[in-house]
Design a protein. Structure first.
Length: 315
């Protein structure tokens, strides 16, 4: 059977210096350097094969260059959560771990699971994502330093306060840069304006939703809830019906959405009325908050999808 009539799956294990590649059912393995020359040779090879699906793990940015080049060549690509791949490997009894084995596991994962091909983030979205990550790091450092301040000795206090002041300045600078980049793009400025018109949604929430959930506005409400991790998941077995729990998704987005929801429950007439109705029905406080988070997310998704401004009468 020729390469043009058989489904071809590719697993690419990404490390700092190399790319290990398994191609099935051709039974081919190759290793190239994770640099411009190696990526170019891999893109050329896969561009010729036109595989059904290429799968690689998200590795904190090491995969960005090769993923971008493959996507630009029109190769079907899915960048997946490493935890999913490790769980798959354990389920299939593959406990050993080397770069070559990992490439083979990714290839088999591609064939068996066929994760959805998602578009690569454009340049601005990638920049916003990186800046939001840096902002989270700075905020976490400020929290740690503030906690240390409460138990610090006199000789430590001056250093801690100086560092906290520096962190405050850096956070303000990065937020200003984020805002400027959004305002420089007509498309992103329009989306930012829509989101920030919702009572309870502020600058940080808008930045996070646009940078970390660029799919928002292209999904249905169930898909949107799932990627953020606020879709209740079943826990049933036989006749047993367990409690539904939220799990997975993008934890950093969920945290920001939580804070926005707490604010919206006070100042957003739609979310406030919804929360009151749930409380009156005897729902537990946590259930009320999660339900309000989901409603607020649905409102954001619908507004971006239809390009319509905030309107409490139709929200």
């Amino acid at each position: 059977m020729s390469e043009n009539t058989v489904e071809i799956f590719v697993g690419v294990d990404v490390s700092k210096s190399t790319l290990d590649v398994q191609i099935e059912p051709l039974g081919q393995y190759l290793q190239v350097s994770n640099d411009d020359r190696g990526i170019a040779s891999l893109v050329e090879r896969l561009g010729e094969l036109r595989p059904t699906l290429v799968v690689m793990e998200a590795t904190g940015g090491l995969e960005t260059c090769v993923a971008g080049e493959l996507a630009a060549r029109g190769v079907a690509l899915a960048v997946v959560n490493p935890r999913q791949v490790r769980d798959f490997a354990k389920a299939t009894g593959q406990l050993a771990k080397t770069d070559r084995i990992d490439a083979a596991v990714l290839c088999e994962f591609a064939r068996a699971i066929r994760p959805a091909v998602r578009p690569i983030k454009d340049a601005l979205t990638g920049e916003l994502d990186a800046m939001l990550m840096r902002r989270r790091q700075l905020v976490q450092m400020r929290v740690q330093e503030t906690l240390r301040l409460h138990s610090a000795s006199k000789v430590q206090i001056k250093s801690l306060k100086g560092h906290i002041a520096w962190l405050d300045k850096q956070i303000v600078n990065i937020e200003s840069d984020l805002g400027q980049r959004l305002r420089d793009s007509d498309l992103w400025r329009a989306k930012d304006n829509l989101l920030r018109s919702i009572p309870g949604v502020g600058t940080t929430t808008s930045f996070t939703m646009l940078g970390r959930c660029p799919e928002l506005g292209t999904l249905n409400r169930h898909q949107a809830a799932k990627i953020v991790g606020i879709a209740p998941l079943n826990h049933d077995s036989g006749k047993h019906r367990g409690k539904r729990h939220i799990w997975g998704g993008r934890a950093d987005v969920r945290s920001v959405l939580y804070m926005a929801t707490i604010s919206a429950m006070r100042c957003n007439p739609v979310i406030k009325a919804f929360a009151v109705r749930l409380k009156s029905a005897g729902k537990a406080p946590k259930v009320v908050i999660v339900a309000c988070m989901r409603k607020l997310l649905t409102i954001m998704n619908t507004m971006l999808k239809n390009n319509t401004p905030w309107n409490p009468k139709i929200a």
